[in-house]
Design a protein around this ligand. Structure first.
Ligand code: XMP
Length: 516
């Protein structure tokens, strides 16, 4: 690898990804590897330093995750965080015991060794976030205590061996000066240059795609969302019209989305784009289906069938398709090798990237090292318009998972109108980029209303708006009453088929963001 990197070994902490993000924010590349990675796998990243993450275990648990202790001897600077500190103490001959008092939450740390480079420029008292039950009671030979709380040890170091460790979590926002501490490690101790910028990423990715693909032909399934669009634009920059993008109308897109996305990507960004209107095929498969998982599976299967047909057609025209672009992001890559193991499936996700192996194409995943916000930054540097980069997430199965009960062309049209009003009103109120998602859901509930002097008996629509960091958890947003009032009155007045609007005030958990 030609970029300087910091390798983070993951012992299963819920904060591990945050460590990576805090370091990348300083323009230094960081990779998260499972703690079980071999020394050779670690060295393949040519790291300039290693960070050992926290984790939910005690080093004495029978199933405690372990790393090769050789990492402490390869001559690279090491920073242990929480469990990482205990790992170091345990493997170098110290003693770790269950603490008398478990420390969880805010704490005050007193720095005892202000001269150690990890604490350079920091005040002698730090507000930090703690989350641990064990503590190192006897330090390994050559180590000294660098910080403590009123209860327990909070930091150790052996400067000759270039090993530092802290008991608290510098990567979380609750440790306000944590970024400075990480910066001290990455720049002051490891000697990073901070040259991992968007421009650098684009240049090296474009070069490596060019080299990989040669004269081959590449296809990409576009969804119109941020990830697949940025991935396509990067590949297009590398190989131009050797890339063909396929954009499928599955009949459950938002109002005018098919024409707008086609226009944006083809006309504004110059992609070689094949729009495929397969709505009739999808709606046929959805006829009579009311079970959420069956809907998802039908759409997923049909998508693969449509895409396969197109790929075959393109292969006939171009003499063969060798590569497939996928918009895989870094959290998926980390998750699939996490020591926490796979999490339970709540919903079967359908992503345009989830294509079968039988297609026999090699994969290009230009975003597999990036977090979502980094993808947006790359998109901006590529000159992509804000209306693509700022789009709220939209699920692969589209409006089908927001129409409860059967999905018919008529119900799709009703929801498209209501959804369009929600999106426009949220945009007008300046809230679109502040909320994670805001949308309408069509319920299989009819109620009585009155319009003019007429009795109505029509559908109910629910409005949902949530804040979230990553879609894993979410809080419902208290939209201003004025905005809700306009949305409600416009939907009932302008959308034929809806006579009642309700507001969803459920967070995730226990709810999910989408209704199905
Ligand atoms: P849930 O409903 O599981 O959604 O709380 C979490 C986030 O994931 C999005 N979502 C999907 N995205 N394919 C996707 O690409 C899917 O099948 C899918 N289902 C849900 C959802 O919009 C939210 O942002």
């Amino acid at each position: 690898m030609d970029t300087q990197s910091i390798v983070i070994l993951d012992f299963g902490s819920q904060y591990t990804q945050l460590i990576a993000r805090r370091i990348r924010e300083q323009n230094v590349f960081s990779a998260v590897l499972p703690c079980t990675a071999s020394l050779a796998e670690i060295k393949a990243y040519s790291p300039i330093g290693i960070i050992l993450s926290g984790g939910p275990y005690s080093v004495y648990d029978a199933d405690a995750p372990d790393a090769d202790p050789g990492i402490l001897d390869i001559g690279l600077p090491v920073l242990g965080i929480c469990y990482g500190l205990q790992f170091i103490a345990h493997h170098l001959g110290g003693k770790v015991l269950s603490a008398d008092k478990r420390e969880y939450g805010h704490a005050e740390v007193h720095i005892e060794d202000s001269k150690t480079p990890l604490f350079a420029g920091l005040p002698t008292t730090l507000q930090v976030w703690m989350s641990h039950g064990d503590e190192a009671l006897e330090l390994p030979t050559g180590f000294h205590r660098t910080a403590a709380t009123s209860n327990a040890l909070a930091g150790i170091a052996n400067e000759t061996r270039r090993i530092w460790a802290v008991q608290f979590h510098p990567e979380v926002h609750h440790t306000p000066l944590g970024s400075q501490l990480l910066k001290n490690f990455v720049f002051g101790i490891c000697g990073a240059q901070g040259d991992w910028t968007a421009a650098h990423f684009i240049e090296s990715t474009v070069n490596s795609i060019r080299e990989k693909v040669g004269q081959g032909h590449v296809i990409c399934a576009l969804s119109g969302g941020v990830d697949s669009s940025v991935a396509a634009v990067l590949v297009h920059r590398a190989i131009g019209d050797q890339l063909t993008c396929v954009f499928v109308n599955n009949g459950v897109l938002r109002k005018n989305e098919f024409t707008q996305v086609t226009k944006n990507l083809r006309d504004k960004l110059g992609l070689n784009l094949v729009p495929v209107d397969a709505s009739a095929r999808f709606l046929e498969k959805l006829a009579g289906v009311t079970d959420p998982e069956t809907k998802r599976k039908q759409i997923g299967r049909e998508f693969i069938a449509v895409f396969d047909d197109e790929a075959t057609r393109i292969a006939e025209q171009t003499g063969g398709v060798d590569w497939l672009v996928q918009g895989t992001l870094y959290p998926d890559v980390i998750e699939s090798s996490s020591v926490r193991g796979p999490s339970q499936t709540i919903k079967s996700h359908h992503n345009v990237g989830g294509l079968p192996e039988t297609m026999k194409m090699k994969l290009i995943e230009p975003l597999r090292d990036l977090f979502k916000d980094e993808v947006r930054r790359i998109g901006r540097d590529l000159g992509m318009p804000e209306d693509i980069l700022g789009r709220q997430p939209f699920p692969g199965p589209g409006l089908a998972v927001r129409i409860l009960g059967e999905v018919t062309a008529e119900r799709v049209a009703i929801l498209q109108e209501a959804d369009d009003i929600v999106v426009n009103e949220i945009k007008t109120a300046g809230l679109y980029s502040q909320v994670w998602q805001s949308f309408a859901v069509l319920l299989p509930v009819r109620s009585v209303g009155v319009m003019g002097d007429q009795r109505t008996y029509a559908n109910t629509c629910a409005i949902r708006a949530v804040h979230s960091e990553d879609g894993m958890t979410a809080d419902w947003v208290p939209l201003p009453y004025e905005v809700l009032k306009r949305i409600s009155s416009r939907i009932v007045n302008e959308v034929r088929g809806i006579n009642r609007v309700v507001y969803d005030i459920t967070s995730k958990p226990p709810g999910t963001i989408e209704w199905e």
